[in-house]
Design a protein around this ligand. Structure first.
Ligand SMILES: [Cu+2]
Length: 455
């Protein structure tokens, strides 16, 4: 999992330019810790520096640092990575330190951070610290505030963190391509006083999206809107970690959006409050209850709730975003009487599969032949059958006996007696039903008071 020795060899061989870190400091670059597992890594113990309550990045990890002369030093390496989007599909992406999304950077309000960025991509890059209030020259906009970081070079950014909140990092160099390839990460600034804004569980996820043709592994980088894989931390359901909590826990979920569209994030079973926005924390008097909050492009939102026992769906409410790669040109077949048609076509096209005239649920249960390295469009199974979801979907699993700090999947919820929907087999009255009036002139006239006809 670790690639440390490799890195040290490469670092020693890197030629450094004038605008770049000096040879002396290059010799003492902080270790660029690398890992490539899509499994959630335990929060790092904040062993040096100010104490804080670490976040948990779904299917991700936080970047270790070292303290040097009172400065917290991190080392990001921009590089090609292979990311498993869910079991059954790997994508060739670009990311940081072995993963896309890159590791979460965690620091504390009042910290001074020094972040080394090494470019191992085939083209120039930079890093913009999205939402942080820092000197203009540290803002990472290629051409505007700095020269691009050429392939093989290392730049150093240094600034003080003056405000706590939820932020992001991403390139500001060829950004359409680099973000379509997966280059992004979260930057969490914790409050100086760890008892402030304290919660029991603090989850982090970054919304991103890819356009990868079935059977392919590399995103199409010129896609503007029609992405076909809607991901959290470069993972799709059922490959996204559950958000595990204990009954009564105060839970925070922090969401950043670096896709090309907005995502209404919807949580079942709870009323939550948006407690953090792009600029930090929302004062308690300005919060209101929600079950869905929209996260626009380039925004960050933190929201909090008190966890109620159960298995609760948590997903983007755009229904196409809870699907995996699919063709958008499939005609709607709902309600079409297709009896006999499939048989006739099968005579012409032996592999033909007829679908959709009873809705598309069948597809969730169907074992369809798929090209290699392709995920089913709707997938994931629960205790009661196919869930029929992909993409931006996970489950908040709240249990009475989940131990503090335990993020292990507790399995499916055991519903108390009488608290589970089930089939009804008793007698049925004729159901009440609405009866739409016919929209012909006679009916309309009959419903109008006399004397108003003809208007
Ligand atoms: Cu969405």
């Amino acid at each position: 999992m670790s690639n440390r020795r490799n890195f040290l060899r490469t670092a020693g061989a890197t030629t450094l330019g004038a605008a770049v870190v000096s040879r002396v400091s290059a010799a003492s670059l902080p270790e660029a810790v690398t890992q490539n597992s899509p499994t959630m890594q335990p929060p790092p113990a904040p062993n040096t520096g100010r104490p804080f309550n670490p976040v948990v990045t779904l299917n991700g990890w936080s970047l270790p640092w070292r303290m040097r002369g009172g400065v917290k030093e991190f080392h990001l390496v921009a590089e090609p990575v292979v990311r498993e989007l869910a079991p059954g599909m790997k994508a060739n992406l670009w990311g940081y330190n072995g993963t896309s999304v890159g590791p979460t950077i965690e620091a504390v309000e009042g910290d001074r951070v020094r972040i080394f960025v090494t470019n191992r991509l085939p083209e120039p890059t930079s890093v913009h610290w999205h939402g942080l209030l820092i000197p203009s020259g540290m803002d990472g906009v290629t051409g505007l505030t700095q020269p691009a970081i050429a392939p093989g070079k290392t730049f150093v950014y240094e600034f003080a963190l003056t405000r706590s909140g939820t932020f992001m990092y991403h390139p500001h160099a060829d950004e359409m391509l680099q973000m379509a390839m997966g280059m992004m990460g979260m930057f969490i600034v914790h409050p100086k006083d760890p008892s402030q804004y304290k919660v029991d569980r603090d989850f982090v996820l970054l919304l991103n999206a890819y356009d990868i043709d079935p059977g392919a592994a590399t995103p199409k980088v010129n896609t503007m809107l029609d992405f076909n894989l809607w991901t959290w931390n470069s993972r799709v359901f059922p490959g996204i970690d559950p958000l595990v909590a204990r009954t009564g826990d105060r839970v925070r979920i922090r969401v950043g959006n670096l896709t090309m569209t907005n995502h209404p994030m919807h949580l079942h079973g709870h009323h939550f409050e948006v407690t953090g926005t792009d600029g930090g924390w929302v004062p308690p008097s300005a919060r209101w209850p929600e079950v869905t909050t929209d996260v626009a492009v380039g925004q960050m939102r933190a929201f909090e709730f008190n966890a109620t026992a159960g298995d609760w769906a948590f997903h983007c409410h755009k229904s196409h975003h809870t699907m995996n790669a699919m063709g958008h040109d499939v005609p709607t077949m709902v309600g079409v009487d297709a009896r006999g048609v499939a048989e006739k076509i099968t005579q012409l096209v032996p592999d033909y599969m007829h679908m959709g005239d009873r809705g598309m649920h069948d597809m969730a249960e169907m074992e369809m032949p798929l090209p290699d390295n392709t995920l089913p469009m709707m997938t994931g199974s629960g205790p009661f059958g196919a869930i029929g979801m992909g993409g931006m979907f996970s489950v908040v699993k709240v249990r009475d006996n989940q131990k503090p700090g335990d993020y292990k999947d507790p399995g499916w919820f055991k519903h108390p007696a009488g608290a589970l929907a089930k089939e009804y087999t008793g007698d049925l009255e004729q159901p009440m039903r609405g009866n739409a009036p016919k929209a012909d002139a006679q009916t309309l006239n009959a419903r109008k008071p006399a004397g108003h006809q003809g208007h």
